[in-house]
Design a protein. Sequence first.
Length: 213
Amino acid sequence: MAKVIGPLHSSEARGRMGGLVFNTFRGMATVKAKHAPAQPRSSLQLRARANATTLSRTWAASAFHAEWNAYAAAHPYLDGMGLTIRATGLNWFIACNSRLIAGGFPQITEPPATAAPGAVTGLALTPGAGEISVAWSDPAAADDRLEFWLDGPRSKGRLTSIARIKREGLHVGNSSPDVLAGLQPGRWTVWARSWSSYTGLVGPWVNATCDVT
């Protein structure tokens, strides 16, 4: 992005002309090259898109729209920034069933009749050379699963952010501890949450931080 004076022989210009995009940023006239939006095609992203397409078609043929919409209206939730989100019935249907598909569990047609799992408790990290041993107390029930997401490596002065986390994997056995390997040296934060293999509902995030050598 470059600052410009008198863009296109005017006091202000906004919009695209050819391969250039004109705008105003904090009172400054700017111009930058137009780039085509990225279309990530990792195996995980392609699988997620395929699942969303399949579930959207399943939703279209579902007889439980009213039930899912009522569930959505009664269950607003907080996003990573602490803002209240009011999802639609379709959003809830896809979210629950996407997790169940990812875990290899049967899909549900009607909205959950039970509450979401509680928060992971007793989360403790033991760092090593290129790995972290993760221990916890709960969940231990056979129908709950533990999901790990990672933020790192980063410098010690930088705080963790839920906006940067990447999924490490789903812990199926629920036997503590679990070892997350293949990590670069630096500061890592493990974010964890439990979710039900019956409903796909998830519990709140918890996290812990350590330094990998």
